[in-house]
Design a protein around this ligand. Structure first.
Ligand code: AHR
Length: 511
């Protein structure tokens, strides 16, 4: 049996839970839009073609903000192509994913869909092939009330009221040589600065995200952030981070510890942003937008890998990276959410990539059903239950060694306290593959009244850690009751099953 001791104090808080941490991402990539969220003629589709079965799962997932329309796609996208009468919209080649984009779905459709989903829009502009003019025109089209050519065109196209989109990404992964219109940090920094200025001249209320590095292992990581922020500091509010992780053959230990890389990535970007702040004598802080994160199995030989899809010629929305997630992936995703929450003082936005079919918590088949992948669950539970204040956590845990990160805590955690409801919620992972973990939780300044929710995601009985939810077998992996929880006074004891992610909600009173 592994052991851990966790202490929280109701007065030691990190900050309010940023609800935008529970963001997601819809890219015109593979089947995320077409036969994902949108499939006219599907038995579950409404008149607009929005799949109601998928929408039901999106609401259950609890996503708060959705980034759109890309991703690599946006760096070659003309926003105007997705406006106006559908039959007049151009079919275009999308070089990013080597597919034919029909443009049947565009921003108007996404706005209508997001209203049904109850999510905020995070709109990305193209700073790959386009620039300042297209950016400011899109803001005028989307947000200006009326009386100008572009805002009246929006009204003529069916939306009299402005879209009122507050949150905008200034391009996507512009540091990556694969990006259409890839730029050096100076080239991008200057362009982002000017685009931001022009966009804010149209709508001063915008919140803007500058592109950080595509991942922490890019050769330019660090220097890129420094240069880009030196150009854009006064014009932007956030710098972006992207990271994807996968289990390498024979090294599950390092995979289970991947959130340590996420912690370090976040802390490095905070340090870099704050160094630019000091150097430039700025008073405001730049916060972080972790606007792409997930587990992603990059196997170039797979039929749905971008490489293979690219070899098959130009097609409309083929299957691309439709990863099927297992129990281990879900536990690792739970630790990513813990990491994001622990850093909620500076990470104010985070988007799991993507929402449907493409490396996604939700899967759907054309003409067929929609279902929840294993990774759906930690996201849904944290989005539902993490409210109020993020608590600082002191963890003393038994450790294990892995190739990439060395000694690592077996038990990983995050916690919140909502003063209005009096509820404390713990989100706990046990990284041990073999042993349950006996965890003692001490609540300083609070007394436990009762346990209101205790659930665990673990390997189902008689199965192994590679178990997935899929079309043929159905949904085997989900949240099940966690029985071994006792609470009294300031002490809560819980036994976490091997390889698991749990949520424990406790009603408390002042102690
Ligand atoms: O989410 C899939 C892709 O990963 C995005 O298009 C890109 O931004 C990232 O490299």
């Amino acid at each position: 049996m592994a052991r851990a001791r966790i202490v929280i104090d109701r007065d030691f808080t990190i900050g309010e839970v940023p609800r935008r941490l529970f963001g997601s991402f819809v890219e015109h990539m593979g089947r995320c839009v077409y036969s994902g969220i949108y499939e006219p003629g599907h038995p579950e589709a409404d008149e607009a073609g929005f799949r109601q079965d998928v929408l039901k799962l999106v609401r259950e997932l609890g996503a708060t903000v959705v980034r759109y329309p890309g991703g690599n796609f946006v760096s070659g996208y003309n926003w105007e192509d997705g406006m106006g009468p559908v039959e007049q919209r151009p079919r275009r080649l999308d070089g990013a994913w080597h597919t034919v984009e029909t443009n049947v779905f565009g921003l108007h459709e996404f706005v209508d869909w997001s209203r049904q989903a109850g999510v905020e829009i995070m709109e990305a502009i193209n700073l790959g092939t386009r620039g300042v003019d297209a950016a400011r025109e899109l803001v005028e089209y989307a947000n200006h009330p009326g009386g100008t050519y572009l805002s009246d065109l929006r009204a003529a196209n069916g939306h009299k009221d402005p879209f009122a989109i507050k949150l905008w990404c200034l391009g996507n992964e512009m540091d990556g040589p694969w990006q259409i219109g890839h730029k050096t940090a100076d080239e991008y920094g200057r362009l982002a600065q000017e685009a931001a200025k022009a966009m804010r001249l149209v709508d001063p209320s915008l919140e803007l995200v500058a592109c950080g590095s595509s991942n922490a292992h890019m050769p330019t990581f660090g220097a890129w952030e420094q240069t880009v922020l030196a150009h854009t500091y006064d014009q932007v509010d956030y710098i972006s981070l992207h990271a994807y992780y996968q289990e390498e053959a024979g090294d599950v230990g390092s995979f289970l510890a991947s959130a340590r890389d996420m912690d370090q990535f976040i802390e490095s970007v905070v340090a870099t942003a704050d160094a630019v702040r000091a150097r430039g004598k700025h008073s405001k802080h730049i916060n972080l937008s972790f606007d792409e994160w997930n587990v992603w199995y990059s196997r170039p030989g797979d039929a749905d890998s971008p490489e293979q899809v690219g070899n098959l010629g130009w097609r409309e929305h083929p299957r691309v990276i439709e990863d099927e997630y297992n129990v281990t992936d879900a536990v690792v995703v739970g630790t990513f959410l813990n990491s994001l929450l622990r850093h909620g003082d500076r990470v104010k936005i985070a988007n799991q990539a993507q929402l449907v079919n493409v490396i996604a918590p939700i899967r759907s088949e054309a003409g067929g059903p929609a279902w929840r992948q294993t990774i759906f669950w930690p996201f849904a539970r944290m989005a539902e239950l993490a409210t109020g204040q993020i608590l600082q956590l002191t963890i003393e845990s038994d450790r294990y060694t892995n190739a990439r990160f060395g000694d690592t805590d077996l038990v990983d955690g995050a916690a919140t306290f909502n003063e209005e409801t009096g509820r404390v919620v713990f989100f706990l992972a046990n990284r041990s593959l073999e042993e349950a973990a006996d965890v003692e939780l001490t609540l300083r300044g609070l007394d436990a009244v009762r346990v209101t929710r205790a659930e665990v995601l673990r390997t189902p009985a008689g199965q192994d850690r590679f178990t997935t939810n899929n079309l043929a077998r159905g949904e085997h992996v989900g949240m099940t009751p966690l029985r071994d929880v006792t609470a009294g006074g300031q002490e809560v004891r819980v036994s976490l099953p091997a390889l698991s992610w749990s949520v424990i909600e406790i009603e408390t009173r002042l102690g």
